[in-house]
Design a protein around this ligand. Structure first.
Ligand SMILES: C[S@@+](CC[C@H](N)C(=O)[O-])C[C@H]1O[C@@H](n2cnc3c(N)ncnc32)[C@H](O)[C@@H]1O
Length: 308
């Protein structure tokens, strides 16, 4: 297997950019830090609000925020900012896209809360998941019954005004085959540095075509490469309330007005890390996406030091 340093050199050849030894070492240091696993094996963990989630040994990260709490995270970072409960009161039918279905908490809690307030609303969910967990952890009541219904419906089914379709596999190959138009996207892959292929400008661009003009894209992340990609694609980008950590998540729409706090807007303009991940063919190796990103950050660092 190639050493990380050799992979960075390979990346510099791929992009046609010559790197100094110092730049290579800096890139390698960051890449090591970004890809370090917090969890070495898959296990069940208890989160801040008492609810349980999984930690993935493969990605080295938990499925939900431990400091916010799994259930709290779903409600505060996805369901509430997206406004889907209120929207379902206005529309007869609402379409959700759940990117990174995982344990199905986002879908189950959103559908439960929508149906509680709007029993007659029809909810259509398109869930994208590369690989379902071997064992599900079921949510406690009041969400547990709906969670079981959703899991029972997989891979596709309808019951009580709820339709669920699981698009199983890498979203990069599943999404191009769909023709849906979502009112809301819950983008809940692992964090950008651990799971870069799900956060590229190229995939987000494809997603843009599958979101209604007034629809929203929401995520827990405040990552610069992701916010920059959304902006470059023409989304209006805003910040959601911070829960369980200092920084809020991100909300974006093509047809609704959102804005970032001025300090975040400035950071997006001035930080060398504000460069989108690229994956033009939607099949690049995730590590290469990260390496190319780090090399592009180096280029921005060079520009900034020249301008000083
Ligand atoms: C943070 S977890 C999602 C938690 C989930 N939303 C829940 O409520 O349980 C991220 C999920 O994204 C999935 N994932 C990662 N890369 C993917 C890809 N390329 N395509 C589809 N799903 C992917 C992982 O398998 C994992 O289940």
């Amino acid at each position: 297997m190639l050493r990380l340093e050799d992979k960075v050199l390979e990346g510099s050849l791929r992009l046609g950019i010559e790197l100094s030894q110092e730049e290579i070492s800096k890139a390698v240091m960051d890449l090591k830090r970004w890809t370090r696993k917090e969890y070495a094996s898959t296990c069940v963990i208890k989160t801040y609000d008492g609810s349980y989630t999984l930690a993935s040994g493969l990605y080295g990260e938990p499925y939900h925020s431990v400091s916010a709490g799994a259930i709290t995270e779903v409600i505060e970072k996805f369901v509430r900012p997206s406004g889907v409960v209120e929207l379902a009161g206005k529309l007869k039918k609402i379409t959700l896209m759940d990117v990174g279905f995982g344990l199905g908490y986002n879908t189950a809690i959103a559908v439960f809360l929508i149906k509680k307030e709007n029993p007659k609303a029809f909810v259509e969910v398109h869930a994208f998941e590369k690989s379902l967990p071997e064992n599900f952890i079921y949510l406690p009541e009041p969400f547990g019954d709906m969670h079981r219904v959703i899991i029972d419906l997989l891979p596709e089914g309808e019951r009580g005004g709820v339709y669920v379709k699981l698009h199983e596999g890498d979203i990069r190959s599943c999404l191009p085959k769909t023709r849906l138009k979502a009112d809301a996207v819950f983008h809940d892959a692992f964090s950008p540095y651990k799971n870069p292929e799900v956060w590229s400008l190229d995939l987000l661009g494809l997603m843009r075509e599958r979101i209604k003009r007034k629809g929203v894209w929401v995520s827990y992340t405040s990552s610069l490469p992701v916010r920059k990609a959304l902006k470059d694609l023409g989304f209006k980008v805003g910040e959601t309330r911070a829960v369980g950590r200092r920084r809020g998540g991100t909300i974006a729409s093509m047809g609704r007005d959102f804005a970032l706090p001025p300090a975040q807007e400035e950071k997006l303009e001035t930080s060398p890390f504000s460069v989108p991940f690229r994956d033009e063919g939607l099949k690049e190796d995730p590590l290469n996406i990260l390496i190319d990103y780090r090399i592009n950050v180096l280029l921005r660092e060079r520009e900034f030091s020249l301008a000083r």
